[in-house]
Design a protein around this ligand. Structure first.
Ligand code: GAP
Length: 436
C-alpha cells in the first residue's frame, strides 16, 4: 500500500473511526447538515476555543467575554438587516425536483442531477430558522435562532460598557452556536445548518481608528493561525470585491484555506463601521452612543469584527495535519496537530501487561497534574503507536523492564519518531515544555 494525498472521504472516515465526529441521528438515517462530536472531537474543539480566547485576550486593549441567547426576537433581526438581506438565491429543477443554490449551478446548462434543463426562476430563500415562543403561533410570538453570534454583542454593548468599567477601544468576544438553513449543506463540517462561531467585535472611536484596528486584527489573526501550526502556503488573505460585501460591511477580508475542494473562506474580518449600533439605536429608540470626555461630545462607536467557525477551523486543522507515510511496508496515518490543540497530549503504554502497575501509576499522576492522557496496554507496541499517531498524540511514554531499574521511560515523538529515555520525574516537565 502506498500513501495517498488527503481527501474528504479519508477525513470523514477517520473522524468516525476514532470518535471525533458522528453524523447526527445516524441510527435514524442521519440529519443533513448537522453533526455530533465524540470524545476526541469535543476535546479538540475545547482546545481550539481556549487558544482562540487566548489570542483574543492577550493584547494591550481589553477584550471581555459574553454569552448571549440563541433565541432572538424578530426586532433584533429586523434592525440588523438579516430579515431583509440574509438569504441565498434558490433554484429548483422542475424535472427531478432537486434544489440548488443558484450560484452553485450554471443556469445556462442542464441540471447536474438529471441532465435536463428545466429551471424555475431564481428566488430568495431566507436562511434564518423561525420558531414561536409560547403557545400562540402568531406574528407577536415569532422568534429566530441566531444566524450569527454578533448581534447579541451589539444589543448588549451599552450593558457591558456601563457595567464593566471598560474603556474605549475594547472588544467583546463570544463563542456560541449559530444556525442557518443552508440550502445545500456540504463538504462535511464546511457548511452546516448548526455550527459554532467564535466572534469578537472590537469597538473604537471613528473611521480612522477602525481602519487602524482592522489592519491590526488581520495581522493578529495571522499570528493565531501560525500558532496553530497551519501551513502558511495554504493560507491566504482575500479582500472582498465591492459587490460581494455584506450589507453591513465597509471592507472585509477573508482568510482562505486551500482545501482539497479549493480555496475557501475560513475566517472573515470586517470593518462594520457604525452600522450595527446605529441600526439598533434607531430601531430600539435607545441611545447607544458613548460620551468622549476629551471632546465633550457623544459618538457611535465603529466596529471591527473577527469571525470564524469552530467547525470550519476544526475541519481545516484536520486537513492540514493529516499525513500518510510508509513505515515498514505499511501506511502510517498521522495527525500532525500542534501539541497545544491535540486532544490527547500523551499516551502511557506498558510494554507487557506485567508492567501495568508502574505504567498506570504514571498515567494517574499525569491525569492528576491536569494532562489529557490515555493509557493503552492492548496490541503490539507498533500498533499502539499507530493508534496514537492517528489521533495526533504528540508523544508516547513506554514503560519497559528497564524502567524498574533506571526509573526512566522511552519517550517516542510522533513527528520525528525519535525515541529518548527520560526520567519518570521529568515526564511532567517534558510535557509542559512541549505545550509551551
Ligand atoms: N458575523 C459575521 C458572520 O457571521 P459569515 O462570513 O457569515 O460572517 C463567519 O460567517 C464565519 O462563520 C465563516 O468564516 C465560517 O468560518 C463560519 N460559518 C459561516 N457559515 C457557516 C456554516 N453554514 N457552516 C459552518 N461554518 C460557517
Amino acid at each position: 500500500m502506498t500513501p495517498e494525498t488527503v481527501n474528504l472521504d479519508k477525513i470523514v472516515a477517520l473522524c468516525k473511526r476514532r470518535g471525533f465526529v458522528f453524523q447526527s441521528a445516524e441510527i435514524y438515517a442521519g440529519l443533513n447538515g448537522v453533526y455530533d462530536f465524540g470524545p476526541l472531537g469535543t476535546q479538540l474543539r475545547n482546545n481550539i476555543k481556549s487558544l482562540w480566547l487566548k489570542h483574543m485576550t492577550q493584547w494591550p486593549e481589553e477584550v471581555v467575554q459574553m454569552d448571549g441567547s440563541i433565541l432572538g426576537s424578530g426586532q433584533v433581526w429586523e434592525a440588523s438587516g438579516h430579515l431583509k438581506n440574509f438569504s441565498d438565491p434558490l433554484v429548483d429543477c422542475t424535472n427531478c425536483k432537486k434544489r440548488y443554490r443558484a450560484d452553485d449551478v450554471d443556469l445556462a446548462r442542464v441540471c447536474p442531477s438529471c441532465g435536463i434543463k428545466a429551471w424555475t426562476d431564481v428566488r430568495q430563500f431566507q436562511l434564518m430558522f423561525e420558531t414561536n415562543l409560547g403557545a400562540m403561533a402568531d406574528s407577536a410570538s415569532k422568534a429566530y435562532l441566531r444566524p450569527e453570534t454578533a448581534q447579541a454583542i451589539f444589543i448588549n454593548f451599552k450593558n457591558v460598557f456601563s457595567s464593566c468599567r471598560v474603556k474605549m477601544p475594547f472588544g467583546i468576544a463570544q463563542i456560541g452556536k449559530a444556525f442557518r438553513n443552508e440550502i445545500t449543506p456540504k463538504q462535511f463540517l464546511f457548511r452546516l445548518r448548526e455550527f459554532e462561531q467564535m466572534e469578537m467585535e472590537f469597538f473604537c472611536k471613528n473611521e480612522t481608528t477602525a481602519a487602524h484596528f482592522f489592519d491590526l486584527w488581520i495581522e493578529r489573526r495571522r499570528m493565531f493561525y501560525q500558532d496553530l501550526g497551519i501551513d502558511a502556503n495554504k493560507l491566504r488573505i482575500r479582500p472582498h470585491e465591492a459587490d460581494e460585501l455584506s450589507h453591513y460591511s465597509r471592507g472585509t477580508v477573508d482568510y482562505e484555506y486551500n482545501f482539497p475542494f479549493g480555496w475557501k473562506e475560513l475566517e472573515g474580518i470586517a470593518n462594520r463601521g457604525d452600522f450595527d449600533l446605529s441600526q439598533h439605536s434607531k430601531h430600539s429608540g435607545k441611545e447607544l452612543a458613548v460620551f468622549d470626555e476629551e471632546t465633550k461630545s457623544s459618538y457611535v462607536p465603529h466596529v471591527v469584527e473577527c469571525s470564524v467557525g469552530v467547525d470550519r477551523l476544526f475541519l481545516t486543522l484536520l486537513f492540514d495535519a493529516y499525513q500518510e507515510d510508509e513505515v515498514e511496508g505499511e501506511v502510517r496515518t498521522t495527525l500532525k496537530l500542534s501539541p497545544k490543540i491535540a486532544p490527547v497530549k500523551a499516551a502511557v503504554l506498558s510494554l507487557v501487561k506485567k508492567l501495568n502497575e508502574p505504567a498506570e501509576k504514571l498515567y494517574t499522576s499525569l491525569k492528576q497534574a491536569g494532562f489529557a492522557v490515555q493509557f493503552d496496554d492492548s496490541g503490539s507496541i507498533g500498533k499502539r503507536y499507530r493508534r496514537q499517531d492517528e489521533i495526533g498524540t504528540p508523544v508516547c511514554f513506554t514503560v519497559d523492564f528497564e524502567t524498574l531499574d533506571d526509573n526512566c521511560v522511552t519517550a517516542r515523538n510522533r513527528d520525528t519518531l525519535v525515541q529518548a529515555r527520560i526520567g519518570l520525574d521529568n515526564v511532567e516537565e517534558y510535557l509542559r515544555k512541549m505545550l509551551e
